[in-house]
Design a protein around this ligand. Structure first.
Ligand SMILES: [Zn+2]
Length: 97
């Protein structure tokens, strides 16, 4: 994957709009590319800062709740996608042998 594509996927996933396949490909790219990994960390750092800003106190818990939901959803999608991929590989393996 190109770094420019990875950056697109980063903002999609922060918005909760990336597909499970896209999240996996992004995760793979982040594992291989230190530059994008750093960018991802700082993007997520910005999200965390927005979520913990003392000036936004009334909205604070709402933002945090939304971020938590997004993270849970991403996690769930990743787990499901991994399970689906593992299942597919096992099927292929069985068919071949
Ligand atoms: Zn990259």
């Amino acid at each position: 994957m190109r770094c420019s594509r990875a950056e697109e996927l980063m903002s999609l996933s922060l918005d909760g709009e990336a597909s499970p396949q896209e999240l996996i490909r992004l995760e793979e790219h982040l594992g291989d590319c230190a530059r994008c990994f750093q960018r991802w960390q700082s993007l997520r750092g910005v999200s965390a800062l927005l979520g913990s800003s003392p000036m936004a106190e009334p909205a604070h818990s709402l933002v945090e709740a939304v971020m938590w939901r997004v993270e849970q959803t991403i996690h769930l999608l990743l787990v499901r996608a991994r399970a689906a991929i593992t299942h597919e590989r096992l099927d292929l393996h069985r068919r071949r042998w």
